[in-house]
Design a protein around this ligand. Sequence first.
Ligand SMILES: [Zn+2]
Length: 382
Amino acid sequence: MDGPDYDTREGIACYLKDGLPGLHRLAKHRAAAWREREERMGLWTIMGLWVADETGGFFQIAPDCRPDPAWQEIPPVMDKAETARVLSRLSWGGGAGRHPLPPLDDMCPQCLEGWSMRNAGDLDWGSEEPRRAYHAQCLAYRRHEDGLARFRSLFMEAGYRDAALRAIPNLYGSGPWTGPWFLAETAEIGLVRVGWRKSVIEIDWSKGRAGDRLSLFAGEEITKEATLVHAYGYEKAADYLRRLRLAVAGEPAPEDRVEGGPAEAVALASALVASASQARDKAVDIGRRADAHLLLARKNLEEARVLGEVAARNLEEARVLIARSDERCAEANAMNDETKRLRDLMRKAIVDGDRAALEKLFGDALARDDSHKRIDDDEQLS
Ligand SMILES: [Zn+2]
C-alpha cells in the first residue's frame, strides 16, 4: 500500500528499527501530519502496546486491554482490521493529551533505570507535578513507601507513641489513589485501619479497643458510624485519631478544654509536628530527585570519557600516519635527486658519445629500480 512512511506497515517497521527514539519520531511525524496538513491516516497497533490513530493521536493501550498471548507473539505492526481481531476492546491507558511514550532523557524515579523499547510498555505515570514516568511496579512500590511514611507521621501527629503500620490491599481501589491501605497496631487504642477513599481518609477502629465513639464526631458533617469515620485530608485525620486516643485514655477531647490551656499547646505542637513532617517529605523527595540527576550526570560523564578516549586514540593514529607519510616523502625526494643525477650523467655520456659509460649508467638505473620495487612489495606485505 502506498503512503508516507509513517502510514504504511513497512514504513512504521522502519521507524521501529531505531528503538524508542524511532517510536518518538513516528509519533511526532504523525501528529504533525494531522496538525499541519489535516492528513487522515490509517489506525495502527504497534508492538501490541500502542495505538496510532487516524488523527495523529498516539496512545498506550491499558494493560488490562492488551492482547493475550504476550505482545512478543503478535505482529509488531497491525492495521485496523487486525487490531479489531486481536484486541477485544481498546481503551487508552494514557488519558487524552498525555504523551504515552516514556521520555528519552529521563529515568524511572524509583529504580533509576533509563527507558528503552525493552521496558517502554511497562509504564505508569506518577501523580506528582510535573508528572514522571515510572515502571508500573516501581510506582506501586513508591506509593507504598510514600503512603507508609505519610500515615506513620499521621499517627505521630495524633500523639501515638509508636504505631506499627503494615500495608494491606486498598479496599476502595477505583479512586485516583491506588496505593495501599494500612493497618496500624497502636498501644493506645489497638488496631486501626486507615486509607484513602477518593477524597477522604477512612479510619476504621472496629478491630481495636476504642468501641462506639460516634458521639466524638457529633459536630462533623461527614460519613460516620460507631467504629468508622471519614476525614477530609491528613490534618482532619490526625485530629480524629487524637480524639479517639484521648477518649480511650479517659481524657476530655481538645474542644472541651479551657482555651489557652494545655489543649492549645497540644494543638500548636501537633501543628508543628505536621508541618515538620511535610517538610521532611518534601526534603526526601528533593533528595531522590537529586540522586536521579546525579546518576544521569555520572552516566553522561562516563560516556564523554569514553568518547574522549576514542578521540585520543584516533589522534594518535593520525600522528603515526603523518610521520610515516613524512618519511615516504623524504624517501621520494631522495629518489628524485638520484634520478636527476643519473639523467645528467646519461646526458653527458650521450653528448660525449661514451657508449660504455652510458651502458653502465643504464645497468645501475635498472638495478636501482628493481631494489625499489622490492622495498615497495615488502611494505605492501607488512
Ligand atoms: Zn522503575
